[in-house]
Write a protein that binds this ligand. Structure first.
Ligand SMILES: *Cc1c(COP(=O)(O)O)cnc(C)c1O
Length: 360
């Protein structure tokens, strides 16, 4: 087998080895068709069956109700920042945004182009180290947008936020989708770039309630309307075929392991080992408040940028890669998505213990 290190990267991120091995076979010939997965027409039977299977796997794995469409789009989660308000926020309407990190700020900025984008709560004055306990939404809000897991700051919502009666909930779940069970019936729209927990970059999963697809703005370029993709089963134009294929394999892998509650347990165990060490350590400390800690991205520092740099260098040499914190915050970040193995966390804690014992 190829030499592999422990890849703590925040995204694109580690994928399950059995999935990659399976895909390697299919690069040359998908299901004995004699044509590789990258080479199949998106209109042919082989690929349409792949797309159907990915969609079905998604629905059954996450229990997505029948009145929701499952779409595979391009443009990344960042395009959803504008596509959501473009489709749903009229100039005289208001939407509420929960500001818990850089990604929600970017989403807010795009929404302000279309209507009134309100800050319902924010933890920016404390460097986004927690999820605000309460939010103040406009009772007439069209929708409430939040980021379920803050990839850069290492915080995560444990439950859905409140929303006014007439508003629907929109969630950017890019970095924690399918890491735990999720009740989709509570949401109007959920989106996620695939490259953290679902597959390769280039495909964005959108789960949207069908009545919202109907209500969405019609006076928009065809490619920017959700209905275009809903009406054509994500096949209006050439979809990101490889990403859809690989996402299907990742979903099958999760299903075989026992589904989303098993994933949630595994993820809680992995992050738990690291947080437990951070709480004991005299050198390293976690940056997120305890009750807001993310199970996907564990952020920590020593408090001294030179010591951080030295630690990162040792980690890299020990085959623990991608631990550098986001360029905007520094320090360290261990991304422990579904596919990240428990063994890698144990190795990291071992290295941190040794580093601390050696006096940093
Ligand atoms: C990575 C990330 C994004 C950006 O995703 P792109 O697919 O690169 O546009 C948005 N939101 C969250 C929460 C992310 O983690």
């Amino acid at each position: 087998m190829a030499h592999r290190v422990f890849n703590f990267s925040a995204g694109p991120a580690v994928l399950p080895v059995p999935v990659l091995e399976h895909a390697r076979e299919h690069l040359l010939s998908l299901n004995q068709t004699g044509i590789g997965v990258l080479e199949h027409s998106h209109r042919g039977a082989a690929f349409t069956s792949v797309l159907q299977r990915t969609q079905d796997a998604c629905r059954s794995l996450a229990g997505i109700p029948d009145d929701y469409d499952i779409l595979f789009l391009q443009g990344g989660a960042s395009s959803q920042f504008f596509m959501v308000p473009m489709n749903f926020l009229k100039p005289d309407q208001t939407a509420d945004y929960l500001i818990t990190g850089s990604w929600s700020k970017k989403a807010l900025k795009e929404a302000a182009r279309f209507g009134t984008a309100r800050v319902a709560c924010s933890s920016e004055d404390q460097d986004f180290n927690h999820i605000p306990a309460a939010c103040d939404c406009d009772p007439a809000s069209r929708y409430v947008h939040f980021t379920s897991n803050n990839t850069i700051y290492g915080t995560q919502f444990t439950t859905e936020p409140e929303r006014p009666d007439g508003a629907f909930l929109v969630c950017d779940a890019s970095s924690d989708i399918f890491s735990r069970p999720m009740d989709f019936s509570r949401y109007g729209l959920v989106y996620a770039g695939a490259q953290k927990n679902l597959g390769p970059s280039g495909v964005t999963l959108v789960v949207i309630r069908k009545d919202l697809v109907e209500q969405a703005e019609r006076d928009l370029p065809t490619m920017l309307q959700y209905r275009t993709f809903a009406a054509n089963d994500s096949l209006f134009n050439t979809p990101p075929t490889f990403g859809i294929y690989l996402m299907g394999l990742v979903l099958d892998w999760i299903t075989e392991l026992g589904g989303l509650s098993v994933m949630a347990d595994r993820n809680a165990n992995k992050a738990g080992v690291l947080y437990e060490y951070l709480d004991r350590s005299a050198l390293f400390r976690g940056t997120a408040e305890t009750h807001s800690r993310s199970l996907m991205n564990v952020t920590f520092v020593t408090g001294d940028a030179d010591v951080d740099a030295r630690f990162l260098e040792q980690a890299e040499r020990a085959g623990l890669c991608g631990l550098k914190g986001h360029r905007s915050v520094g320090g360290m970040r261990a991304s422990l998505y579904n596919a990240f193995p428990q063994e890698g966390v144990l190795r990291l804690v071992e290295l941190m213990t040794d580093f601390e014992r050696a006096g940093g």
